[in-house]
Design a protein around this ligand. Structure first.
Ligand SMILES: Nc1ncnc2c1ncn2[C@@H]1O[C@H](COP(=O)(O)OP(=O)(O)OP(=O)(O)O)[C@@H](O)[C@H]1O
Length: 698
């Protein structure tokens, strides 16, 4: 770049009018020589030689050196001519030139005025006496004052809280001052105007930031709200996820990541329509309706999810889902269900009048048949094999089953008794295998079956011969596969129980008649134990009588010394169709009703005595209650014309037929004889006397 230095000789230096002449000349030279001209003084930046304001504010004095430079085509003549002007005395003789300079100055003044008027900020200028010289339209608007009434007057008199005079005095700028003016908030910069080191007044530029202030405040509130929400989302234990209208996951909180055991980088960006098209979120997105209570397995946990569509102006723009980990709850539910079922069972057991015995020592008997049976039972207790206990009603099958449980390795586990005859056929399956109603509600309404209740213990299937054939199939499957399927459920459950079945029925006969499945018979008949009827072990009667007298007297807090020889002989003679249960019942009644220390012949029920006389029991007295009216004539059931000795079965048939005739129902006849109604019914069927009762009862 070509540059030439010039010494300024003009007395007033480059003042306004001189500067205007330089600008005018430079414009002319630039267009004539196709160049751009610049001035530079005191090592400052170059300034365009056509910029009046910049030349004036450079305040170049007489005697200072100014560099003139140019860029473009003919730089030398252009620089030379401008140097000539700068070195001259700036003659004003040329009238044309004078006019042009004046116009330039006028234009510049108008431009400045226009700039002041158009700026959006308020502008106030005061002179060194605090007199307002400029008050632009924005200042009028913000201050609600008209320029006409304030220009020419002292600022601190017309502008409330004005500090222009302070700035003029101190010559120190005040920047970013916040000021409340009526309902508005104003921010002001005030600066002193210093020319040639002398203060010439002050300028204030200010703007109304009320709206900005309000927006800033709102923004701050939104920020705080966002922070709070963020904190909330991060600290809740429920998993939260958000998907957008296309189904892409856009947000997940840390709890959600934990539940999935995956970082959010792997989750965000997935599309739920692809990863889980039937899930709650996909459905809420497609239908625009909330989906709640959806149970899902996620990673290692079970969760319940609710999904809510985000609806903006009637359009679904995404979905928020809230997921709760219910694994713990499920475990607790499970425990609760188990405990509730167990409590219910125990309560039922308590209701039962019969007190269960503890182990084999409670099974009284020293006869060979009893010892044989107990030896097998003790062996059977050691292993896991299925046991079936056979014997007439009242022979103590349950007592032996309890003994097997108590003597075996599962003694610490439960002993669960199921009377297959007492439960209606349609309920037996759910009683044994349990039932459930749906995955979640099932956790509450689910009922555990006896097989599950007996886990780690023993299940005692009493009266197995009464089980209906459909149920026999299901039981067989359960025993073979060692697992059960609860009613209404799909999942199978392993069973871990020792099975003891019992029956007083002739299972072999039933198999032959097709009433009991052969395959189930073999599956159950692994270790059979036969309990002898009491009439086949008369030698045990004294032991049992002594045992029951002692036990019952203790319970009733009575002092009974024993039983007379005659009375005992009579008890030993009686055939005991109801076996030990009948004997126990009779002893209980005798002990209850007797008033003296030793039980004598007269304490025994009349029918026993009559049976003793004729070797046959009498049923027309009060067999179930010890008669207090022993003197009353008792009609002998046995016709004198009958042969003296009949077979046991003939006696039994006669006894049962008479009991049915007298009492009219299986139940009442059973009670009278100390037998269950099932046994009575079975025997009646066996002897073909059930029709009699139907006919008799009309
Ligand atoms: N050998 C025994 N020693 C002591 N008590 C016995 C004996 N046998 C049976 N009992 C008692 O007789 C009653 C009936 O016994 P249990 O219920 O075990 O008979 P069961 O053979 O299972 O009868 P059912 O076939 O009618 O169910 C019980 O109170 C039991 O305690």
């Amino acid at each position: 770049m070509y540059e030439q230095k010039v010494l300024i000789r003009h007395d007033k230096g480059l003042h306004t009018r001189v500067a205007a002449m330089i600008v005018q000349k430079s414009s002319e030279l630039q267009s004539r020589y196709q160049v751009s001209l610049f001035l530079r003084c005191r090592d400052r930046e170059r300034i365009p030689a056509t910029n009046l304001m910049q030349i004036v504010t450079a305040t170049v004095k007489k005697g200072e050196i100014v560099s003139v430079s140019a860029q473009g085509d003919q730089i030398r003549p252009a620089v030379w001519e401008l140097v000539q002007l700068l070195e001259s005395d700036f003659p004003m003789s040329n009238g044309r030139m004078l006019n042009q300079v004046d116009r330039l100055l006028q234009d510049n003044a108008l431009t400045a005025e226009h700039v002041f008027s158009s700026v959006a900020n308020g502008l106030i200028v005061t002179d060194e006496n605090d007199i307002i010289t400029i008050f632009n339209p924005a200042a009028e608007r913000i201050m609600d004052l008209s320029a006409a009434e304030v220009i020419g007057r002292k600022a601190d008199q017309v502008i409330p809280g004005s500090r222009m005079h302070v700035v003029t005095e101190t010559q120190e700028a005040e920047l970013g001052c916040r000021q409340v003016l009526g309902a508005s908030i104003i921010i002001t910069n005030r600066s002193p105007i210093i020319v040639d080191g002398k203060v010439k007044g002050a300028v204030a530029i200010f703007e109304d930031i009320s709206v900005l202030d309000k927006v800033t405040g709102e923004l701050q509130e939104v920020k705080e709200l966002k922070e709070r929400l963020q904190l909330l989302l991060e600290s809740v234990q429920d998993g939260i996820s958000v998907v957008n209208r296309e189904g892409y996951v856009t947000y997940v909180n840390p709890a959600y990541e934990r539940m999935l055991n995956k970082g959010k980088d792997l989750i965000i960006g997935q599309n739920v329509r692809e990863t889980s098209p039937d899930g709650a979120r996909s459905r809420a997105l497609s239908t625009g309706k909330p989906v709640s209570g959806e149970i899902r397995r996620k990673s290692a946990v079970t969760v319940i999810a609710d999904a809510y569509p985000i609806i903006v102006d009637g359009e679904v723009t995404g979905v928020v889902s809230i997921v709760k980990d219910i694994s713990e709850v499920q475990i607790l539910m499970e425990k609760l269900t188990r405990l509730a079922a167990r409590a219910e069972y125990l309560e039922q057991e308590l209701q039962r009048t019969k007190k269960p015995g503890k182990a084999f020592e409670h099974y009284i008997g020293k006869s060979g048949k009893v010892l044989d049976a107990l030896a097998i039972a003790a062996k059977a207790a050691e292993g896991p094999s299925t046991v079936i206990i056979r014997g007439e009603s009242g022979t103590g099958k349950e007592l032996v089953a309890e003994g097997i449980h108590a003597a075996g390795p599962r003694a610490r586990g439960p002993f669960i008794r199921v009377n297959c005859a007492a439960i209606p056929e349609n309920l037996l399956e759910s009683e044994l295998f349990g039932h459930e109603k749906g995955a979640f509600t099932g956790a509450i309404k689910r009922k555990l079956g006896k097989f599950e209740l007996a886990r780690n213990g023993v299940i005692f299937l009493d009266e197995i011969g009464e089980m209906d054939k459909n149920m026999q199939v299901k039981l067989l499957r359960a025993l073979q596969q060692k697992e059960i399927t609860p009613v209404g459920g799909e999942e199978t459950r392993r069973i871990d129980v020792k099975i003891i079945a019992a029956t007083n029925q002739d299972l072999e006969q039933m198999v032959a008649e097709g009433r009991f499945r052969e395959d189930l018979y073999y599956r159950l008949n692994v270790i059979p134990i036969h309990l002898p009827p009491l009439r086949e072990r008369q030698e045990d009667i004294p032991l049992l009588v002594e045992h029951f007298i002692g036990k019952i007297a203790r319970n009733l807090d009575k002092k009974i010394e024993g039983i007379s020889r005659e009375a005992l002989a009579m008890l030993m003679e009686y055939p005991w169709p109801g076996n030990v249960r009948e004997l126990e019942n009779i002893i209980e009644r005798v002990v209850t009703l007797t008033d003296h220390g030793q039980i004598g012949l007269s304490d025994l029920p009349v029918y026993l005595r009559e049976a003793g006389k004729s070797s046959m029991p009498s049923l027309l007295g009060e067999p179930s209650v010890v008669s207090k009216r022993e003197s009353e004539p008792i009609k002998n059931v046995v016709d004198d014309s009958l042969p003296a000795l009949l077979t046991w079965e003939e006696y039994e048939k006669e006894i049962i037929a008479l009991a049915l005739k007298k009492h009219g129902s299986f139940n009442a006849a059973g009670k009278a004889l100390g037998l269950t109604h099932k046994t009575i019914a079975a025997k009646a069927r066996k002897y073909g006397i059930e029709k009699t009762i139907a006919w008799e009862n009309g």
